[in-house]
Design a protein around this ligand. Structure first.
Ligand code: SAM
Ligand code: SF4
Length: 468
């Protein structure tokens, strides 16, 4: 009998990639992917612990599954990923109907674990997580975070012409607010030869764009092959791959934005001039408390260097507002930095205290939620004004767009119609430029997966609207 699996994913691109790899592995093991927990006999949540909100979402989703589990006790319910590694047994205590909890370092064994759980007469809660890096030797902990990058057949990838490719695991930075180093384990780079082989396979399969993933992607370091290979070396090798058209990489750590990397972005035609380099705060006091390892001045120097080497670079950032001890004056400095740096866009987060981090242990979460919310809105408003000002002059220009598919609006419209979609019907399409601008225009679905010039006619802060 076919086994039917439902999976829901919360969190960053790394989690989206993990879910794609999980689904690919399970389909190859004979599972069918279904789009509702009600139709599934295996229900999986691939989780995130970066902010409390992401965890709350999962615990309420698990709560909603209780009646289903009572009706169909054979259904397997699994919690995977970062929250599994962080909360471990606590998940069974808070949601007794969960059957398995599998950390990000154990995902390679998921099909086997599921099979074992399904075969049990009397199910015991199954916990599969990596070692605690605060308690064990680094080499042992590294081994306990098993690599998970199996090959993906073309038909099982979420897009045939775009793919995410992991080049690094874990993180060693230990920013005081952040749970990632604990739940994703020690920083480890994937061998360059393996990455090149994967990207070559993807390109041979028709993939036009790859996005390389790592928590601090620009600290990539492969000691193999006689000399240490850095991200710039890896980009040079990937740039040679026939058929591949675009290479993006996220997320950059400000201190590792070296000249050789910026020159690679400038000189390698396939590397997109899109650089996500989160600063987190515009105040040196806050950066110190966050243990970010740079000052506002050195960050600004990096931005100036980036703009002088790659003049057309689109630079984006992340900010945390309301981190421990943030005063109005500290916050003003974040506003000043956004005005000065003119980021293409910024992701802004309210500080969320994470048990197990240095900040949770040693610093009071002393900015009231109301103040966090106000600062979030204020910073976003300033950023949006800048994004709009920088997007408006793009009207009249032509940008190359990789067409990703029908826009959200077009998909919604199509789902309300009871006639099948026709390929040459003109719909609203959406795609992205090399500078990561979202571009919306009308065209037939047959254009999906092509790289085309689009003339921009108007713009708002988030989207460019154009014509083929
Ligand atoms: N490694 C990346 C970096 O250093 O920029 C990003 C990793 S994290 C998943 C993505 C973003 O979440 C961070 O840049 C930060 O702005 C935000 N973040 C991390 N921990 C947070 C916390 N405890 N509360 C609020 N935002 C947080
Ligand atoms: Fe978290 Fe800092 Fe590592 Fe990014 S660099 S994952 S914010 S600890």
């Amino acid at each position: 009998m076919t086994k039917r699996v439902y999976i829901e994913t919360v969190g960053c691109q790394m989690n989206v990639l993990d879910s794609e790899l999980i689904v690919s592995g399970l389909v190859q093991a004979g599972y069918e992917l279904v789009d509702s927990p009600r139709n599934a006999d295996t229900i999986l949540y691939n989780t995130c612990s970066v902010r409390q909100h992401a965890e709350d979402k999962i615990y309420s989703a698990l709560g909603r599954l209780r009646p289903l589990k009572e009706r169909k006790p054979q259904t397997i319910i699994g919690v995977l990923g970062c929250m599994a590694q962080k909360d471990q047994d606590l998940i069974f205590r808070r949601a007794g109907h969960v059957d398995l909890v599998v950390g990000p370092g154990q995902l390679n064994r998921l099909p086997a674990i599921l099979e074992e759980v399904a075969a049990q007469q009397h199910r015991e809660p199954r916990l599969e997580v990596s070692l605690d890096r605060m308690k064990e030797r680094r080499t042992l902990v590294e081994e306990s975070f098993a690599r998970f990058d199996p090959p993906r057949p073309r038909e099982l990838r979420s897009s045939p012409f775009q793919a995410m490719v992991r080049i690094m695991f874990g993180c060693d930075k230990f920013c005081t607010y952040c749970i990632v180093p604990k739940v994703r384990g020690p920083e480890q780079s994937r061998p360059a030869a393996e990455i090149v082989a994967e990207v070559r396979r993807l390109a041979d399969d028709g993939c036009l764009e790859v996005t390389l993933l790592g928590q601090t992607v620009n600290s990539y370091k492969d000691p193999g092959e006689g000399r240490i290979l850095r991200l710039a070396d890896l980009l040079a090798r990937l740039n040679e791959i026939d058929g591949l058209r675009r290479i993006k990489f996220v997320t950059n750590y400000p201190r590792h934005m070296t000249d050789d990397l910026l020159q690679a972005v400038r000189d390698l035609p396939k590397v997109s001039p899109y650089l996500h380099v989160p600063v987190q705060s515009g105040s040196n006091e806050q950066l110190k408390r966050m243990k970010r390892g740079y000052t506002v001045e050195s960050y600004c120097e990096m931005i100036q260097r980036t703009r002088s080497i790659v003049p057309d670079a689109a630079i984006t950032s992340d900010f945390i507002v309301g981190f421990c001890g943030e005063t109005d004056d500290d916050f003003q400095k974040s506003l000043d930095l956004v005005r000065w740096a003119r980021f293409k866009n910024s992701f802004i987060f309210k500080y969320s205290q994470r048990p197990g981090t240095k900040a949770a242990d040693a610093m009071p979460d002393d900015v009231p939620d109301e103040v966090k919310r106000r600062r979030n809105n204020e910073l976003l408003a300033v950023q949006n004004t800048i994004s709009l000002e920088d997007n408006l002059p793009l009207a009249g220009r032509e940008v190359e767009v990789l067409v990703e598919g029908p826009s959200k609006a077009a998909r919604k419209r199509a789902s309300g119609q009871h006639v099948p979609a026709v390929d040459d019907e003109v719909v609203q399409l959406v795609g992205r430029s090399v500078r990561d601008h979202i571009v919306v225009f009308d065209g037939p679905r047959t254009l999906v997966g092509q790289i085309l010039p689009v003339r921009i006619e108007k713009a708002d802060a988030f989207t460019l609207f154009g014509r083929l």
